[in-house]
Design a protein around this ligand. Structure first.
Ligand code: AHM
Ligand code: MG
Length: 338
């Protein structure tokens, strides 16, 4: 892409609206508002200790996790930015037990917004990349919005993305026609298109998994990682590299940038939970992005985007990234003795 032709997020969205008719005006407004909220969250993240944003908020979310101050701040920023514009019927968040219906004093829109306002919370205080993940669905069920309105398969998403707060602040977006990346120009205060047609290589020599859980994994996952660790001399015939940021946003961003495979599988620590990550506002938007970039995403058994959710804060095992690796791990689950 030529450096002289800077395309802003607004210009990109308007051109998509005009040419591809993929982005109705309410959806364009929604994406712009989310992007603006991410700018505000980025400012808080960057202030760190100077802004009294580090540490815990002294509360727990519905999953029993201690909320960090930035989890709460980011959640409020996203709600305040989005509730009055007339583009939404409701919102759901990792940080709220129940859904947030748009108050009656504002016009009701046709979309639903789901988000993990601050993903990678354990990295906030140690100055490592974190992010905001979001997913957009249509409100189609014809009645006033309630939790059931949000229980739609990921394949129904009309847009998804994330913003990574790292050395650069980058917004990554899909509206179902490939994946694009925008970098925040802090001097101008605008999002500038810095990569389009994002493509994940089908093969990789890099995997991401929390190795400290190895003793708890199911045999197919153990087999896959053992084979990778055996390197050139093993059945894979090549050496692998490992990365684990513990911020899904940062790990997925690396995979969208240079390939790789990410696994947060089911494990024996809490056998009744399918996994750690949440389906509706973590796994689904990331799976949409990864598939749109030519990668794959499954829970070991089925495509994540095909899962019919049964509850708002449902968890799921996640295997996503370079297509051939995801297919290999999924095959090991389907045919454990192969
Ligand atoms: P969070 O949404 O509370 O931040 O938790 C999700 C994060 C993911 O970003 C990351 O992949 C995972 O939890 C890391 O988990 P672990 O600390 O078990 O390695
Ligand atoms: Mg998260």
């Amino acid at each position: 892409m030529s450096k002289t032709k800077a395309i802003s997020l607004t210009q990109y969205l308007i051109e998509q609206q005009r040419e591809a008719e993929l982005i109705p005006s309410q959806l364009r407004l929604l994406i712009e508002v989310v992007a603006r909220a991410c700018k505000r969250i980025a400012i808080s993240v960057n202030k760190g200790a100077l802004g009294d944003v580090l540490g815990t908020a002294g509360t727990e979310n519905v999953q029993g996790e201690v909320q960090k101050k930035l989890d709460v701040i980011a959640n409020e920023v996203l709600i305040e930015a989005n509730e009055w514009g007339g583009h939404l019927a409701g919102m759901a968040s990792e940080e709220m037990d129940d859904i947030y219906a748009v108050p009656n004093r504002y016009p009701q829109g046709e979309y639903l917004l789901l988000f993990d306002p601050l993903d990678g919370s354990s990295n906030i205080d140690v100055n490592v990349s974190i992010g905001t993940i979001f997913s957009v669905l249509k409100h189609t069920d014809g009645h006033a919005v309630d939790a059931s309105s949000f229980l739609q398969a990921g394949s129904k998403q009309v847009a998804a993305g994330y913003c990574v707060y790292g050395p650069q602040t980058t917004l990554v977006l899909t509206v179902g026609k490939g994946v694009v990346m925008f970098t925040l120009d802090r001097e101008q205060g605008s999002w500038v298109l810095t990569q389009d047609k994002v493509k994940i290589p089908e093969d990789t020599k890099e995997f991401a998994i929390n190795m400290s859980n190895m003793r708890h994994w199911a045999p197919p996952v153990k087999r896959y990682i053992d084979e990778n660790l055996a390197g050139k001399e093993g059945p894979r015939g090549k050496d692998f590299n490992m990365r684990w940021v513990a911020s899904m946003v940062a790990d997925v961003h690396r995979i969208l940038t240079r390939g790789g495979v990410f696994l947060y599988p089911w494990d024996k620590r809490e056998p009744d939970k399918p996994g750690k990550l949440r389906l509706l506002y973590e796994a689904n938007p990331m799976s949409f992005l990864v598939e749109q970039a030519g990668g794959a995403s499954t829970n070991g058994i089925q495509r994540i985007l095909d899962i019919e959710p049964i509850k708002l804060h449902e968890r799921v095992a996640v295997i996503l990234g370079s297509k051939n690796e995801v297919e290999r791990v999924t095959a090991y689950h389907r045919d454990p003795v192969a």
